[in-house]
Ligand binder design. Structure first.
Ligand SMILES: [Zn+2]
Length: 220
């Protein structure tokens, strides 16, 4: 009952009062604020890996994976990666086939905790943190599933500098906030929304905007 009411509130927030969650770009509580940087250097490597122009791809066309495979890593890292892929599937979010490479040394991720390479559909993760794996897979989901119009809307509603412009600071990119939002929503610790306009509600509204669905971890 409470759950249904929450959903009603969410829809109301998203459709009627977009201004109510314009601040979801701001640091949020818990996971959202504590983990929005995955780069040990403070710079997410994703922004240094733009999609190659078509001409360049023709010259050395990468062979994209046809199924998701996990390479390397500790037993715990492999468990986390498998879990993360399953979380997307359980949430009904279609992720392209990925090569997921796991490492123990940040140097293998160019000093970052995680990297997504859209040209290769490859993720490298150098930590054993669930939210980091979810974040990088979320980049792959966004790359495949969000239209230009959807990205633009997310930037506008959230008040970001751009979706993924190299000149936009990492923390002001809509693409990074979107990946954080999806990672936040797919963590499997249930979270309760106490207020219809609090930080949890804003993150939930952002997830709704991206996916058209409700954040799986929100419980009654
Ligand atoms: Zn990122």
């Amino acid at each position: 009952m409470s759950y249904l009411r929450t959903i009603t509130n969410l829809v109301g927030v998203s459709l009627v009062a977009t201004a109510a969650f314009t601040s979801f770009a701001a640091p949020l509580e818990g996971v959202a604020s504590g983990t929005h940087r995955y780069a040990a250097s403070g710079i997410d490597a994703t922004e240094r890996k733009p999609i190659e122009p078509a001409a360049a791809q023709d010259q050395a066309a990468p062979v994209l994976p046809t199924e998701t495979t996990v390479f390397g890593g500790t037993a715990e890292q492999r468990e986390i990666a498998t879990w993360a892929v399953q979380r997307f599937e359980d949430a009904g979010l279609d992720v392209p086939a990925l090569d997921i490479h796991l490492h123990q040394d940040l140097a293998d991720c160019k000093g970052n905790r995680g990297i997504y390479n859209s040209g290769l559909q490859r993720i490298d993760v150098c930590v054993d943190q669930r939210n980091v794996v979810l974040h990088e897979i979320a980049h792959a989901w966004s790359h495949e599933n969000l239209s230009a119009a959807q990205r633009s809307e997310y930037v506008t509603v959230g008040g970001f500098g751009s979706w993924d412009d190299p000149d936009t600071p990492w923390s002001n990119k809509g693409s990074e906030d979107a990946a954080d939002t999806i990672a936040w929503a797919l963590l499997d610790e249930p979270i309760t929304m106490f207020s219809a306009d609090g930080p949890i509600a804003r993150r939930a509204a952002a997830y709704l905007l991206l996916t058209g669905d409700h954040a799986p971890r929100i419980s009654a």
